[in-house]
Design a protein around this ligand. Sequence first.
Ligand code: KG4
Ligand code: ZN
Length: 388
Amino acid sequence: MCIFCDLLFLPYNNNTMNNIKKTLFSEKPIHIGENSGYDNYIMAIESSCDETACAIVKNGREVLSNVVASQIKTHEKYGGVIPEIAAREHLEAINIVIEEAFEQANIKPQDITAFAGTVGPGLVGSLLVGLNAAKTLSLIYDKPFIGINHLNAHVCANYIDTDLKPPFIALLISGGHTQIIEVKSHSEQYILGETIDDAVGEAYDKVARLIGLPYPGGPLLDKLAKDGNKFAYKLPISKVGEYDFSFSGLKTAVLRLVQQIEKVEELKSRKVENITIQPFDCSALQPELIDVCASFQETVSETLLIKVKSALKEKGYKQVVLAGGVAANSEIRRKFFELENQGYKVNAPAMKYCTDNAAMVASCAYFSTNTFDDVDVEVFSRVKGLKK
Ligand code: KG4
Ligand code: ZN
């Protein structure tokens, strides 16, 4: 039976949404977090972009289920995410993903301590699908609802399967954001710096596209870069504010380089048999383009490391964590984990918790400690600051 069918048996109640304290109907005092005194089972939904995800996490760190339905295949042919299509696909996937999460975790919705959902930043139509599902479940089962900031959730992915505790410096690198965050405690966090133009993931995807790789190009560019010469091309490192980033100059430099390489290659191929290179066949990529991938990856990873190292030193932190989809990048991980040889404690989420997922949202809800939201909380598309 569809778990939403319980909605039919809702007791009548005159509460208006604004009066909700912790639960809608009973106003039962429910405690969330490390000092709650009992096991917390949080079910969370994430639907901010092109992944429909649902997860159930015990006490913020133990993942009982983590289901992700990706829309990459749909958006691939457009070279990027089409918001209207994304929202429609979320609608199609949401119930299936939720039911699968309950089945895998072998837990009943009645046993969930609280329901959580991503409120933003993200695509409004997409966010609405997941958020409304999470709110509805909290109403049906009379449990608290916790609205979560997607960026904060990425950082919290680091708590999964670890005993990590703040304080630390977090480098958040995703498709939409690039930030250095000072995490003093679960409730006190400051953005030290951020990108003034493209996010790292966005730069990866755009450069990958220039080279002719399919969307999202980041992971494939990372793979190709391993076979290239990272010192083949000297690319520019931007000189913006202390902890800020800019990747637009680097992107333009890569564009010029690719245009030069392709011109030479075109002339060569005309001389031979007028062979045209299939852009999506990686084995047909000329070696110079693979060197471009390696050189781009080297420049990006070095830039990130330099900035984070100065934040660690100047702010006096000994712990650093990576977060966001680009934290899955092999070279960035390698460079940052080398900091362990200099006395720093380094953490990065397992690969499956780097890119968008709901386990990180559930973990974030747990560590937000007794922070509840009314079910009329609204989605938002742009950053409103990292703190909830
Ligand atoms: O965090 P995420 O899943 O979604 C956002 O919140 O934006 O990040 C997606 C981004 C995409 O730009 C994707 O190309 C990039 O993460 N990405 C990578 C790698 N894996 C994912 N970029 C570089 N190297 C990777 N291995
Ligand atoms: Zn994300």
